[in-house]
Design a protein around this ligand. Structure first.
Ligand code: ARG
Length: 462
């Protein structure tokens, strides 16, 4: 018999060193320690209450677990690789501490329902944290859009100057995206918030357990109905990874914008010194490393999603050891997304637009659509108006001139529909404020968007 292992009864030789090293998970799943203890305490309470084990044994177990928790939090706990995972490390420590009574904790439970219970408790906590960070980021974007209501910048399509917008409009666009990211996590939470414990290894439990009690103790709002599903499904984690991948994509786009906008060529944005780094050989440089790293780390989060999708795709029901591979992608994603959300929020708060430059870039040919619309309003079919303005643009470019330099006389040469009032149009803020359609960039529309988000964010009605 193998003495070292909790499951050593049927084995006649010791585990190969290689197997021990290859199969262990405690080096990373110790991240679940406090959640495992939470689950075990609820389970022990239930065993005592149901008379499955004597009440005093349950009390002893709970006290022992609390001491172990303290040791872990204070960094005094000694993790042992030979004990494979976080669950068996804790169970062994319990038996060492309180004697054979510790062995009663695992009554009516399997590691298969135990591990996924701890994992779900962990993920619930983490998602709540991420929801808060997303809320903070949304508030920072709202503040920026209030501050920048009168800053005019060009909007781009194909990374070519397209039309003038209010800078608030730009920030509010990201606010909308991050609010949907938040909704996705909120929705994911419903499916993480389900109790698997009480499912046993696969087929359920033969002791008179009380799953309702355990669910209440642990704060799960639902109980998983099917023990096979409960022990072997990881779609709740896949959903989390997918919501994270999408959120990272949105963050990465913002980073890319800021990297471009802060380049010398654009000079739209000044990033705060404290959030950038210098170059070891080029003294003039101020590098947007935080933005670049968020953009770069988006790759690993996508990888984490693909990794777990691939792990589960060929798995026969129910639990297989492959599922131990569910944890690292999730832990890595949690760490990455939390760091990225904090980083982006700091950037949003600290960045400054160079209004003179964005204003200037929003003028010129970015006003060409409005010149065509002017003609269309006066009855010229839009296609024809587009053509006339195209010719004007071509004419000015060939002379190395800007749209603002055109005179009424010149415009009349292309169409006699142009009148004096057209010259007022050649200002970006005037053009922006004509876009009064719902969701458009006119000041009055932006104010409506700001009002909407102020109301929702004030009471975190998000
Ligand atoms: N460390 C394992 C995991 O993460 C725990 C469950 C092991 N179950 C088993 N039957 N070997 O999935």
């Amino acid at each position: 018999m193998q003495e070292k292992k909790l499951w050593g009864g049927r084995f006649s030789e010791n585990t190969d060193e290689f197997v021990e090293e290859f199969t262990e998970s405690v080096s990373f799943d110790k991240e679940l320690a406090i959640y495992d203890i939470q689950g075990s305490i609820a389970h022990a309470k239930m065993l005592g209450k149901q008379g499955i084990i004597p009440d005093e044994d349950a009390k002893k177990i709970i006290e022992g677990l609390k001491e172990i928790e303290k040791e872990i939090l204070e960094g005094r706990f000694k993790w042992e690789r030979a004990l494979e995972d976080v669950h068996m490390n804790i169970e062994k420590a319990l038996t060492d501490k309180i004697g054979p009574t510790g062995g009663k904790l695992h009554t009516g439970r399997s590691r298969n329902d135990q591990v996924v219970t701890a994992f779900r408790l962990y993920l619930k906590d983490q998602i709540n944290h991420i929801l808060d960070l997303l809320g903070d980021l949304m508030s920072a974007l709202l503040e920026k859009s209030k501050e920048y209501i009168d800053v005019i910048m060009p909007a781009y399509t194909h990374l070519q100057r397209a039309q003038p917008i209010r800078a608030s409009h730009y920030f509010l666009a990201y606010l909308e995206m991050f609010s949907r990211d938040r909704d996705r996590f909120l929705d994911n939470l419903k499916r993480v918030d389900m109790l698997p414990l009480g499912s046993g290894a696969v087929a359920g439990v033969d002791f008179p357990i009380d799953r309702d009690f355990v669910a209440k103790e642990l704060g799960f709002s639902q109980i998983m109905r099917n023990s096979i599903d409960a022990t072997s499904s990881r779609d709740f984690a896949l959903e989390f990874l997918s919501a994270s991948a999408i959120c990272m994509a949105n963050m990465s786009r913002f980073c890319e914008d800021m990297i471009i906008y802060s380049s010398t060529e654009f000079s739209f944005v000044e990033l705060p010194d404290k959030l950038t780094t210098g170059s070891s050989i080029m003294p003039q440089k101020k590098n947007p490393d935080v933005l670049e790293l968020i953009r770069g780390k988006t790759g690993r989060v996508y990888g984490n999603l693909v990794s777990l999708l691939t792990t589960v795709k060929g798995l026969p029901l129910a639990y297989n050891r492959d599922l131990q591979e569910d944890k690292e992608p999730v832990f890595d994603t949690v760490k990455t997304i939390k760091g990225s959300l904090i980083g982006i929020k700091k950037i949003v708060e600290g960045l400054k637009f160079r209004e003179d430059i964005t204003y200037k870039s929003a003028g010129g040919f970015a006003l060409a659509t409005d010149l065509a619309n002017y003609l269309a309003e006066k009855g010229i079919p839009f296609r024809q108006a587009h053509h006339i303005v195209g010719s004007i643009v071509g004419y000015l470019i060939s002379q190395g001139r800007d749209l603002e330099s055109v005179t009424l006389e010149e415009l009349k040469r292309f169409s006699d529909t142009f009148e004096e009032d057209v010259l007022n149009l050649l200002k970006p803020e005037v053009v922006a404020d004509r876009r009064k359609s719902f969701g458009g960039t006119a000041r009055e529309q932006i104010l409506k968007q700001i009002e909407y988000w102020e109301d929702r964010l004030k009471y975190r009605k998000i």
